[in-house]
Design a protein. Structure first.
Length: 163
């Protein structure tokens, strides 16, 4: 179960907006998190709290295939990204680093900045308790839930291979 405050953005949020290329030579995760979303929303990295949820429109994570984009979001405290659709490589990179990504086109039109949402990834339900809004989405397949539960692909493979 995920519970957090919504940060809402539009369509086509590309990886350069998520983590600008000028910071990619710094491999410190805290530094990446300090600059996440700064060209789109300069206040984001200062105000995001652990557990918050990014909600966006279509094609979230388009652009370059930089793995640092989902890493920066996760280390800034984002607990999930909900979007109408995702760029394929961003989607897989997010799963690989243990950041839940949820395809839910209805969320962008029904949620606003600051809403508190509760997401049941396994059941495929997003709820805004303040208005009793319930939005259903296709749950993630079991094998992706396992990877997320283990903290990402590397911990998942270590767990499976070192049994």
């Amino acid at each position: 179960m995920i519970e957090g405050r919504v940060w809402k953005y539009g369509d086509h949020v590309n990886t350069d907006l998520i983590i600008p290329g000028r910071y990619l030579d710094d491999y410190d995760l805290r530094s990446l998190a300090a600059h996440v979303m700064e060209d789109l929303d300069p206040s984001f990295s200062k105000k995001v709290r652990h557990g918050d949820v990014v909600v966006a429109g279509r094609n979230f994570g388009c652009g370059s295939s930089r793995e640092q984009a989902p890493v920066a979001l996760k280390h800034a405290g984002v607990s999930a990204v909900v979007a109408g659709s995702f760029a394929r490589i961003f989607y897989r990179n997010a799963i690989n680093v243990g950041l839940p990504v949820i395809v839910c086109p209805e969320a962008a039109s029904r949620l606003v900045d600051g809403d508190i949402v509760v997401i049941d990834v396994e059941e495929g339900v997003l709820v805004r308790p303040s208005s009793h809004t319930r939005i259903e989405f296709k749950p993630l397949p079991g094998f992706l839930l396992e990877i997320l539960s283990d903290g990402g692909l590397v911990p998942h493979m270590k767990k499976r291979c070192l049994k």
